[in-house]
Design a protein around this ligand. Structure first.
Ligand code: IMP
Ligand code: MG
Length: 360
């Protein structure tokens, strides 16, 4: 068997997360090659943990995932990569929920080097960070801190029993040990990003960031050469949202009736936390930065239907708010500006559907 990596496609957020990566990853996962087999051999997550909340519609049924890659819905090997962190109890819950909804989870794989977000990490996150930074309380910062300090516990350590064993951990080990990934990725790989460019630990508005690398270059940690990268799908919405604390999204945004209208029409409540997200008009300069710096080749802008529904067509450009008389004028302006400033972007797709990305 040929074990080489063939082509790699990457989906990443060109925003603060919540732009529709789950939708795009699921859509791509359904693609078939010209022999009728799935295009991808693996769908893999490279970073983050259960702070992510990806919404995937399968046959009109809404599923939510936090760490399990979208390939699981389509019979594709789904790998939690070595750069991820996860809490075993929460992962078991996620597996069981999918199973109860009729999804086959036998193709889930966990890389031995992925790190454990322990229950203590979760408690520390809740106590020290959830309020000041608005974290998702999934133990992300403490788990990555332990990893960087080289005191962390990898999945292989966990199932090898190198953790003070409470009874529930014993059960978790029994449940999860068969999911260990003993090998390397091969064939075509779809890398499913989490969070987004402006939450990245290097590029975001530190310390109002997450603790992982959200840019597509970090996908190489899954185990392939950067030369194998084919397409880089950058995802954003036609308006900006932010869950959690960030001075770039002040509380005063909640006082703007137009933005509240967009929030309600777009059902902008966190998948992981249930919190009302802060909404702002799309900042085109920040989107361009996220494209140019990270190297997007395709741009997918979602939820255009929401602005049509509320009839509000505005953008922030050069720190000015500018308005348009229709969605098509607004799209044209975005398209021209991206074409001008982002020569690596080959295609721009505007999407108006929770399930389908027309033209991808
Ligand atoms: P943490 O990743 O839980 O530490 O949270 C750090 C910041 O990133 C907080 O402002 C969170 O709201 C935000 N964040 C983390 N993951 C996501 C996500 O998947 N979507 C949107 N925001 C996120
Ligand atoms: Mg999300």
């Amino acid at each position: 068997m040929n074990n080489a990596v063939n082509n790699v496609d990457i989906v990443y957020g060109a925003d603060w997360g919540d732009g529709g990566k789950g939708k795009v990853s699921a859509f791509l996962s359904r693609k078939l090659d010209n022999t009728g087999k799935p295009e991808y051999d693996f769908v893999a997550r490279w970073g983050g943990g259960q702070n992510a909340g990806h919404t995937v519609y399968v046959n009109n049924i809404k599923h939510k995932t936090h760490i399990i890659p979208s390939g699981i819905f389509y019979g594709i090997k789904s790998l939690i990569g070595p750069g991820c962190v996860f809490n075993p109890g929460l992962l078991i819950e996620e597996i069981k929920t999918l199973k109860n909804n009729g999804i086959d989870t036998s193709l889930l794989y966990i890389h031995p080097n992925a790190h454990i977000a322990t229950n203590d990490h979760i408690n520390e996150d809740k106590l020290k960070l959830s309020e000041s930074l608005g974290t998702t309380s999934k133990g992300i910062a403490p788990a990555y801190a332990a990893k960087a300090a080289r005191t962390g516990i990898r999945f292989c350590d966990f199932i090898g029993g190198k953790i003070s064993l409470e009874d529930y951990y014993q059960e978790e080990i029994e449940f999860l040990k068969n999911y260990i990934f003993n090998g390397s990725v091969y064939g075509n790989i779809l890398c499913e990003g989490a969070q987004g460019f402006h939450l990245d630990i290097n590029w975001g508005n530190y310390p109002y960031v997450t603790s992982s690398d959200t840019l597509p270059y970090a996908a190489c940690s899954i185990g392939f050469s950067p030369k194998k990268i084919r397409n880089i799908f950058a995802i954003a919405k036609i308006y900006d949202t932010r869950s959690g604390v960030d001075p770039l999204f002040p509380e005063s945004l909640f006082e703007n009736n137009e933005l509240l209208k967009i929030c309600d029409a777009g059902k902008e409540f966190g998948t992981t936390t249930g919190r009302r997200r802060k909404v702002n008009y799309l900042n085109l300069d920040m989107l361009i930065k996220a494209l140019v710096t990270a190297g997007g080749t395709h741009l997918i802008i979602s939820k255009c239907d929401i602005l049509e529904e509320v009839g509000i067509f505005k953008l922030i450009v050069d720190n000015n708010l500018i308005g348009f008389s229709s969605i098509s004028d607004m799209k044209d302006f975005i398209k021209k500006r991206i074409e001008l400033y982002c020569p690596e972007v080959e295609r721009i797709i505007f999407s108006s559907s929770p399930e389908i990305v027309e033209g991808l």
